[in-house]
Design a protein around this ligand. Structure first.
Ligand code: FES
Ligand SMILES: [Fe+2]
Length: 364
């Protein structure tokens, strides 16, 4: 039975189920750590970006520590990133209000004294190379122990390359995309997908806030892995795992084995870990950093660039899909339309229920 002929009971059940899941309209989860920028992007020059609907300016104090303030002057909303830094004081480029690094207004040129109560919002930030993380919610709740920093970001056994994409679509759809890698065989059929992938048995863990899926596929590896390993044309197994970590992080792991020429395995188990650093810009746009980490060809910079370019091409296909989904929701208003879930969607659906619960709890 197609959904066009679905009964009103089916429609009702689908709408109850959809209401329990986060979607692009669900209020964003503010009390969490999100990647704001790469460490190298934040300097003594202003770096302006929007996080969870708030225009934010980042910069470094004279002592090198990073600062994040709302990028909107309390006077007439001019962006402070268009002003200048004078030591550790920001000066608005419109009428010259001056703010210290805590956001407090310390001078107003047209009067002798600035009132005590004028201040910009300031946001807790933590720098752990190679990223600066921001807490857009209640500063009192910004607990460093919740930071989902991964130790292989900065570890001698791993080489790391970082890419960035901006998506005109919801972060919820990106998390869901990453938990349902059956799309590798279709959306990524020309980049890093292989045909066997979608039909491979799925191992899923769905418990409380633990959502993880694995597939083990026998295949010829796509060039992104086969080329740097020197395994082109060889039969291999590719085990791929996806793990939801937090609203701001999703981890993908690839474990690669050469079954045709095991002697080429040398003495390491080649692995790729891709940290997907997901920071909503607004409800319908997303800052998307990813850190591609590998434990092989560590010193081969050219190969690192090849792998990063291949990743960027593949992830641009995800952007393409998520932007189309967002656009479809803008333009198609078919009455009674509902999305159909299949058993393989269970991890994604459960993860979306958790996001909804976290959001609801904050709204209370
Ligand atoms: S808008 Fe910033 S000082 Fe007027
Ligand atoms: Fe993808």
């Amino acid at each position: 039975m197609t959904q066009q002929t679905g009964s009103s009971r089916q429609q009702k059940l689908a709408s109850i189920s959809a209401a329990s899941m986060a979607n692009r309209d669900t209020p964003l989860i503010r009390n969490a750590w999100y990647v704001a920028a790469k460490s190298s992007e934040v300097t003594r020059e202003f770096f302006a970006r929007q996080y969870l609907g708030i225009s934010t300016v980042l910069f470094r104090k004279e002592d090198g520590s990073p600062v994040a303030l709302q990028n909107r002057c309390c006077h007439r909303s001019f962006p402070l990133s268009e002003g200048k830094l004078d030591g550790d004081v920001l000066e608005c480029g419109y009428h010259g209000f001056r703010y210290d690094c805590s956001g407090k207004c310390v001078a107003i040129p047209s009067q002798k004294k600035a009132p005590e109560n004028i201040r910009l919002r300031s946001f807790p930030v933590i720098e752990k190379e190679p990223f600066i993380w921001i807490w857009p919610g209640d500063p009192e709740l910004a607990d460093e122990s919740l930071l989902p920093h991964q130790e292989f970001f900065d570890h001698p056994d791993w080489a790391v390359n970082i890419g960035y994409l901006n998506i005109k679509g919801s972060y919820v759809h990106l998390h869901e995309n990453l938990l349902d890698l059956s799309h590798l065989s279709f959306l990524h059929d020309k980049t890093f997908g292989t045909p066997e992938y979608a039909r491979a048995p799925l191992e899923a863990t769905v418990e409380d806030d633990h959502f993880e899926v694995w597939r083990h596929v026998e295949c010829e590896l796509p060039p992104i892995y086969a080329k740097p390993l020197g395994w082109e044309g060889d039969k291999a197994t590719r085990s791929s795992g996806s793990l939801y970590v937090s609203p701001g992080l999703h981890m993908n792991t690839g474990i690669l084995k050469n079954i045709q020429h095991p002697e080429k395995m040398q003495d390491i188990q080649p692995m790729v870990k891709v940290a997907q650093l997901i920071t909503p810009e607004t409800n319908t746009s997303t800052n998307y950093y990813y850190a591609q980490c590998r434990n092989f060809a560590l010193d081969d910079k050219e190969m690192g660039k090849f792998m990063l370019d291949a990743n960027q091409a593949a992830f641009s296909e995800d952007v393409f899909a998520i932007e189309h989904i967002n656009n479809m929701q803008n333009v198609d208003k078919t009455p009674g339309f509902y999305e159909i879930d299949v058993p393989a969607d269970l991890p994604g659906v459960s993860m979306r229920r958790l996001l909804k619960k976290l959001s609801d709890a904050e709204q209370e």
